[in-house]
Each structure stands twice: as C-alpha cells, then as structure tokens.
Design a protein around this ligand. Structure first.
Ligand code: BTN
Length: 270
C-alpha cells in the first residue's frame, strides 16, 4: 500500500479548485493531531468564521460519531469538518449529511475506482462494511441563523487492528481494497463533489442528487429493520426516499412511515 500522507500542503492543494471551501477569507486549518475537528470548527464558527471554513486532521483524540458514539481516529484516516451556514430554504430541502455521504462515496470512487454503497442516512460502505461516516451538528445562533458543522471521517489506510474489537467486525479501510490511495486527492475530490451538491441544492435543485444517492442504496426495495432507540424499532420494506431525504417504509399493516432518523439494517439475504 502506498499512500501520500495528508499534510498542510496537501490540504492547501485540495482546496485550490474549490468555490466555497476556503473562499472569502474562510479559514483552512490542518492539524497533525486534534481532539475533534468538529469541536474546532464549532470554535471557528463561534468566532464568526465564514461558510466554507475547513478543519482537517491526520488523527483525532476525541473524535465523535453519531448517536453519542466515539469515532476512533488513528493515523491513516481523513478527519475533516466543514462549516456551513445554510438559509432556511436550504434546510427545508435535502439534509447536508445526505449530501456529505454521497460526496464521500463519489470521491472514493473517483480516487480509487472502488464503488462504495450508501446505507441510509449517510454511512459509506464497501462490501457491507463501513469506510466513512458523517456527523452533522446544527446550532442556532443568537441572530436566529443556523449553522452546521459537517464532520466526515474516512478510513483510508486505517490499521483495523488499531480499532476496538467491536468495530473491527463492521469497519473497513480503503487500503484493504486497493493498493494506492492519495489522501490529498481523495480530500480534494470530496470537497469538490460536496460543494457541487450543496450549491445545487442551495439553488433549489435536489431531485437529481436524490436519484443518484438512491442508486447507491442497495437496501432500497428490501425488508429492513429501523431502530429508533433501545425500546422502539419497526420493520418494513424500504421503498425509497421522499423529497426531503426521509426513508419511506411500507409497514406490514399496509401503512407507510417516513423515517427521519434511525439505524437501518437489512433483514434478508443480500
Ligand atoms: C458516524 O458515526 O458515522 C459519524 C462519524 C463522523 C466522524 C467525523 S471525523 C471528523 C469529524 N470530527 C468528529 O469528531 N467527528 C467527525
């Protein structure tokens, strides 16, 4: 496995062709080591940083995942957080986390030729194992405006042995599937793909993006179980996504439920 390391120069280069990221004075930071890039991006946001601020790290010591989980972040991964300041119209369209998952899958394909799949809402999988995850954290500012810190973790050349046992069974890294990954090129591809989708949705688009995302979701059309909490779960056929990215479930009693948050797992043979 050959891997160009992620460093300050690689991050600068990755943002060169971006329109939003690093634009109009939005800061771009690279850290060899940090607690959580989401926390650092939130600090920048609180200090008034512009949309498009970016924090990238080579490792995290307090990385956070969805649902209060830890995101174990050893060297070999890409850990990034992007500051977004969407308007109300944008927030009523597609979730930026869905755009982030799609952009991560597309960027991995562009940089490696691998074909990742998406598990709703935004896990990126190869062969059923997770190679990237997305965490969106929204805050309402005193002005009433919303800001979102979009955190993305990609297991590029992550040593699976460095992960806790329970994660080794469900996680994977790109290095297990391909000989060569240039982390800087992958980062650049992610930023450009994400911007393209984000700006399209901001202009009022979204239907095409939704269709492209659905095409990467093998669980659509299949029986699934959705866990909302320890106590509540439902089963049904995942028939598709609605216009705002919710998962449409056809339940056994013939009714339909739109899920906006939950953990999905397939129930049948793949
Ligand atoms: C998930 O649970 O699937 C989401 C994982 C998100 C991890 C990323 S790594 C960069 C950013 N900083 C964090 O602390 N978390 C996110």
């Amino acid at each position: 496995m050959t891997q160009a390391p992620l460093d300050e120069a690689a991050v600068r280069q990755a943002t060169e062709r971006c329109r939003l990221v690093g634009s109009a004075g939005a800061p771009v930071e690279f850290h060899e080591r940090i607690g959580s890039t989401n926390d650092r991006a939130a600090e920048l946001a609180a200090g008034g940083a512009a949309e498009g601020a970016l924090v990238v790290a080579a490792r995290q010591e307090a990385g956070r995942g969805r649902r209060g989980r830890t995101w174990v972040s050893p060297p070999g991964g890409i850990y990034l957080s992007l500051l977004l300041r969407p308007d109300e119209g944008m927030l009523r369209r597609l979730p930026v986390t869905l755009l982030g998952g799609l952009a991560a899958a597309e960027a991995i394909e562009e940089a490696t030729g691998l074909k990742p799949e998406l598990k709703w809402p935004n896990d990126v999988l190869l062969g059923g194992r997770k190679v990237a995850g997305i965490l969106g954290e929204m805050t309402r500012e005193e002005s009433g405006e919303q800001r979102i810190v979009l955190g993305v973790g990609i297991n590029v050349a992550t040593e699976l042995a460095a992960l806790p046992q329970e994660l080794r069974e469900v996680a994977d890294s790109l290095a297990a599937h391909t000989d060569e990954v240039d982390a800087g090129a992958l980062l650049g591809a992610f930023l450009r793909r994400f911007e393209e989708h984000y700006l399209a949705v901001r202009r009022g688009g979204g239907a095409t993006i939704l269709a492209v995302a659905c095409a990467r979701m093998p669980l659509l059309g299949k029986p699934v179980r959705v866990r909302f909490s320890e106590e509540r779960q439902v089963t049904g056929i995942a028939s598709g996504l609605n216009a705002t990215g919710g998962l449409v479930l056809e339940l056994e009693d013939g009714t339909r439920e739109v899920v906006v948050a939950g953990e999905v797992e397939g129930m049948g043979a793949k």
